[in-house]
Design a protein around this ligand. Structure first.
Ligand SMILES: Cc1cc2nc3c(=O)[nH]c(=O)nc-3n(C[C@H](O)[C@H](O)[C@H](O)COP(=O)(O)OP(=O)(O)OC[C@H]3O[C@@H](n4cnc5c(N)ncnc54)[C@H](O)[C@@H]3O)c2cc1C
Length: 384
């Protein structure tokens, strides 16, 4: 049985007419390149002069669950009514000191505690750069010498990392480790591999993330499978840092880690979905994508391999405020879906919100996909 992603009635079932009109206005504003370029500074000024409510009621409301875990309860309940789970994602970025790392670790601990025994929050997630300095991750990834200060910082970061994984294991909460830039990812992979071998002996608790825009990831997936015997968990994504990756490789004159074109990324993504589903006796996955074909392929392969739609080894995931046509239609057909619900103080999540705005800007005079779907649903409601 396939899933029809065109059903906007199901996709926007939880949205009132007023919600849809607000969302339409917001997505239309992303089509102004000038606004996008000044947006981050403008947002900071707006918050500074006391108009935080403006950001909070517009872009923040579209893409975030709230400023803290309690605030996210409304989003959690709304998603749960449609059978969709929440993945609480503490989305504060760019602050880089031991005190902030401890604070972030505590927020992640809070999300694991919120998820414990709660099927409305089926996973927890974190970014290693939230709890450990990026320059240390880079130095370790490229075998550089560490100063004694670096060593201390590394040990503190590892301690936080394993405390998070241990808590997830003891709480029986499945945990995603987000993937980051390739020059940091070597250390993240080593930590994730170690955590998987430690905590995934009885069932899959820890999931690493594979960015299939990298041309070496399909080989890594297969090698992991061949060289281990424990359960493996992967969140499969295409990858978020392509421009940055290409620019660095060019400037520093090393082989570009990114696939030569989008088609190659798509092919490897779909191959990875296939490999994981065909080996689901040992591999659990989260198909983390807004791509309709890859989502449809996941459904098709589950059917072909006689995996029930509700089998907890396969999840689909999208970000809050995006691709509801995929999330809600999949869930309506009985598949497991969970949405990332970012949270954090308004000012601190502006980098995250900026990326969402850029991603949703129209291309060459064409409306963005989200805007097209919203327009279509508004029109459908008018004619019904
Ligand atoms: C639930 C969830 C979790 C995520 N977690 C992470 C994470 O941990 N780490 C991370 O990096 N990203 C993460 N992402 C973002 C993700 O990597 C993608 O950037 C985003 O989802 C867009 O890809 P897509 O599969 O949804 O859709 P599509 O629109 O089909 O694909 C766009 C993607 O294709 C790739 N691409 C585009 N053009 C080219 C080209 N010319 N050559 C090669 N490749 C190209 C890029 O990766 C681009 O982002 C996550 C996304 C979701 C939905």
């Amino acid at each position: 049985m396939g899933v029809n992603f065109d059903n906007t009635e199901i996709a926007f079932n939880t949205k009132s007419n007023a919600d849809l009109k607000k969302a339409r206005m917001l997505f239309k504003s992303f089509d102004f390149p000038f606004l996008l370029s000044v947006g981050p500074s403008l947002a900071k000024i707006v918050v500074f002069i006391g108009l935080k409510g403006l950001i909070k009621n517009t872009i923040f409301k579209q893409f975030c669950g709230g400023e803290n875990i309690d605030d996210c309860n409304t989003a959690i309940e709304v998603l749960d009514k449609s059978g969709i789970g929440t993945i609480l994602d503490y989305s504060v970025e760019g602050e880089d000191d031991e005190e902030t790392f401890d604070k972030t670790k505590n927020e992640i601990v809070g999300t694991i505690n919120a998820s414990k025994g709660n099927n409305k929050i089926p996973f927890a997630v974190f970014k290693v750069t939230g709890i450990m300095a990026a320059d240390i991750l880079e130095k370790v990834s490229s075998n550089q010498n560490l100063t004694s200060k670096d060593e201390i910082s590394l040990e503190k970061g590892k301690k936080r990392f394993f405390e998070i994984c241990e808590l997830a294991y003891n709480s029986n909460v499945r945990l995603f480790i987000d993937a980051e830039e390739s020059w940091l990812q070597g250390t993240i992979d080593n930590l994730a591999d170690e955590a998987m071998s430690k905590y995934n002996q009885e069932t899959c608790i820890v999931y690493n993330t594979l960015q299939m825009y990298r041309h070496d990831r399909l080989a890594k997936l297969k090698l992991d499978f061949e060289t281990t015997t424990h359960y493996l968990g992967y969140k499969l994504v295409r990858g978020a840092y392509m421009e940055k990756e290409r620019a660095r490789a060019k400037t520093m004159n090393y082989e570009d880690p990114i696939q030569i074109d989008k088609k190659s990324t798509d092919e490897d993504y779909n191959q990875a979905v296939k490999f994981c589903i065909e080996n689901s006796e040992r591999i659990s996955i989260c198909i983390g994508t807004h791509n309709e074909e890859s989502s449809a392929l996941g459904v098709e392969l589950m059917n072909k391999n006689h995996i029930q739609s509700s089998d907890s080894r396969v999840y689909f995931s999208q970000l809050l405020g995006m691709s509801d046509h995929i999330s809600f239609n999949l869930s309506n057909s009985g598949f497991n879906v969970a949405k990332y619900v970012p949270f954090g103080p308004v000012l601190s999540v502006i980098p995250y919100l900026t990326r969402r705005a850029q991603e949703n800007s129209g291309v060459a005079g064409q409306m963005s996909r989200e805007l097209t779907l919203i327009e279509r649903e508004i029109k459908r409601r008018k004619t019904n």
